[in-house]
Design a protein. Sequence first.
Length: 246
Amino acid sequence: MTATKLQAQNSFFDSDNDFYDIEGFKSGKNSLKFIELNELGDVKNKSLLQLNCNFGLETLSWARLGAEVTGIDYNFKSIFLANLLSKTTDIPATFISTHIKDLSNYQIPPKDIVYTSYGALLLVDDLELLANQVSKILKPGGVFFVVEFHPILLTLNRNMNGFSVDDSGTEGRSGYFNNHSLSEIFTVLNQNGFNIVKFIEYPYSVYNSFPGMQQIGEDKWVFPSIKSNLPYMYSLKAVKKSNLEN
């Protein structure tokens, strides 16, 4: 595992709303990508918690699809904006400003789904603690779903859209950029009571996240100079074991 000091520049605060399409969301557009929609399927009447939810766009999108949602993020300003967006769009949601390590301080009812996406896992430095907390939150048989940039891709270029490497730490949301290996993720989940039931690698990114990428389809971006089937992203579905399985 490698760690690089990260300063996440939140486009919401930088008035670069084209990336998030806030106005489109307010008018009824869903911000979720086809990967998570296909892999999680129908979430109607299910309880879902999103880790590192930023200002809640995805969380509220799941709510629009019928889920009962909770979003957490360690940045107070992001949670303030998430609550504001929830109120503005009249979409019910619960948002909590906390670090993942402090989740046990809150009375959070057991969830059907814990969800994390697109850069959020990179902000987690302690996977063991994360898996332990997620296991506590999920119901037996509940799903932990991860969709994330592939560790191979992240060795090519550190300048992701929305993130800039910066050691000054003077502005924005600071943290650590952790490029977790797949073996580390699999091992930690297995040791904390999860069965990994599905793992998929994708030969494209759903975001134009790096300089020099070329669009090859709707929500599909690649490096044109790389001809091999480089894995750009992955999704992982892990199910919490029942007490009988432990």
